[in-house]
Design a protein. Structure first.
Length: 197
């Protein structure tokens, strides 16, 4: 199977991602001026967005990271890596790559609120609103997307494709599973296919 046989489509190009990061960065800088917020990136998917976003927030700020994992049959969420920065009394901005059901973010916000933060807000690159189960606040959002399986710019399939510079929809996941290097071949050329396969 070749890249032409597997249905992929670029849904958010590099330029649109950069432009939206600029807009959100300007908005956050204005709203947090004088408060020195701490941006908490949720690993691993938020890393490209966080990196681009904070360079656009032209005020003093701190950055830290938190990683969550699921375990057990019920898929309970637990902290795999906690922040090193104390969040008590701080203005916390959670940075997510994508919010879909809202279950994980709801858990995370409840957890952070127990740490006596001064304020708490979430900025997500992608809001997959059609999949929402829990109503959870999203104070800042980059793009609202549909129910397609998305890859790139931090979003992955089995750990692969986080390094794509734009966001792609996979319209046939079974085809990607059958030919895991096909999108790499399409984006990076033949050399990319050998890196993924």
């Amino acid at each position: 199977m070749t890249a032409k046989d597997v249905p992929f489509t670029e849904v958010i190009p590099v330029e649109a991602l950069a432009s939206r990061a600029r807009e959100l960065g300007d908005q956050l800088a204005e709203e947090y001026r004088g408060r020195e917020p701490v941006f908490v990136g949720i690993l691993h998917g938020s890393l490209p967005f966080l990196s681009d976003l904070i360079r656009q927030v032209r005020i003093p700020l701190d950055v830290d990271f938190l990683a969550l994992s699921r375990f057990g049959e019920g898929g309970k969420v637990r902290i795999a890596m906690d922040t090193e920065t104390s969040l008590e009394g701080r203005h916390v901005v959670v940075v997510e790559d994508i919010v879909d059901t809202g279950l994980t973010l709801s858990y995370l916000r409840r957890l952070l609120e127990t740490r006596d933060v001064a304020s708490l807000a979430t900025v997500t690159l992608l809001d997959k609103a059609p999949r929402r189960i829990v109503d959870v606040p999203l104070e800042y959002r980059g793009f609202e997307v549909g129910d397609e399986f998305l890859l790139g710019y931090g979003l992955d399939w089995e750990g692969k494709y986080r390094n794509l510079r734009s966001i792609w929809a996979v319209l046939d996941l079974a085809a990607l599973q059958a030919s895991p290097g096909a999108l790499a071949e399409k984006v990076f050329g033949a050399r990319g296919d050998s890196l993924i396969a």
